[in-house]
Design a protein around this ligand. Structure first.
Ligand SMILES: [Zn+2]
Ligand SMILES: [Zn+2]
Length: 97
């Protein structure tokens, strides 16, 4: 990282970047860090391992709680299919809405 004012190499001090000429440099650096964070969120979204829980009865073991997610399987004007996964036995089933 370099100072946006003078181009000096910035020194990391207590988690902040400090220019030897101008002192703490924050504004420009913060913007860059924000765009980096957005990228990280996008990466996390590609791993949908954790689904929200809902009240649904598992047809296999009778458990009353299941993870659910919705998948648009066919044409866009048709209702999406809701999938459930039992939190207890891991059984997956679907429900046509
Ligand atoms: Zn500077
Ligand atoms: Zn179950």
């Amino acid at each position: 990282m370099f100072c946006p004012k003078c181009g000096s190499l910035l020194i990391s001090k207590n988690g902040k970047l400090v220019c030897p000429e101008h002192g703490p440099v924050e504004k420009e650096v913060t913007f860059k860090e924000k765009s980096k964070t957005k990228k990280d969120v996008g990466v996390m979204r590609e791993k949908p391992e954790v689904h929200p829980k809902t009240k649904a009865q598992c047809p296999k073991c009778g458990n009353n709680e299941a993870y659910y997610w919705v998948v648009q399987t066919r044409a866009a004007d048709e209702p999406p299919t809701r999938f459930y996964k039992c939190t207890k036995c891991g059984h997956v089933w679907r429900e046509y809405s």
